[in-house]
Ligand binder design. Structure first.
Ligand code: HEC
Length: 138
């Protein structure tokens, strides 16, 4: 059995109780004991900016997606021997699916839903619109 779309609300609760003491997910949020997880989907392991990973985490060289996270989170120390992530794992498949469902949503929308920093939202929006469209200059 692998990942299947789960319950986002339950996943949010799991993140809060099991991950949030060490990880943030919002864009531009700081690294804590663990790296900020923004942008993790589609990215290789060990790439969060400004975070000092173990060689084990970097050298794993896996691309994070629903399936790799599903395997990793069952038993992080087995998946990445030598990791410093002090987390025993989520043994229930449903818990992992719920959590990953939450991660997928929160990573793209967290900033808009939870932040009250209007300038930051505007800056991000502006950054996006100028990156993705090229207007002719006069
Ligand atoms: C006690 C702190 C702690 C807890 C709790 C914890 N983590 Fe971590 N996590 C870390 C640390 C530290 C690393 C970096 C590991 C390394 O460099 O070996 C990490 C690494 C990761 C990575 C790899 C990131 C990358 O860029 O390669 C993911 C994904 C991750 N954690 C997700 C989670 C999730 C989801 C939870 C909750 C189910 C969780 N972690 C719980 C501390 C924690």
């Amino acid at each position: 059995m692998g990942y299947s779309a789960g319950d986002e609300q339950k996943g949010a609760g799991l993140f809060k109780t099991r991950c949030a003491q060490c990880h943030t997910v919002g864009a531009g949020e700081p690294n804590k004991v663990g790296p900020n997880l923004h942008g993790i989907f589609g990215r290789k392991s060990g790439q969060a900016e400004g975070f000092s990973y173990t060689a084990a985490n970097v050298n794993k060289g896996v691309t994070w997606d629903e399936e790799t996270l599903f395997q990793y989170l069952e038993n992080p120390k087995k998946y990445i021997p030598g990791t410093k992530m002090a987390f025993a794992g989520l043994k229930k498949e449903k818990d992992r699916s719920d959590l990953i469902t939450y991660l997928k949503k929160s990573i793209s929308w967290f900033i808009y839903v939870y932040t009250t920093d209007v300038d930051r939202i505007f800056a991000l929006y502006h950054e996006r619109s100028t990156t993705h469209h090229h207007y002719p200059t006069q």
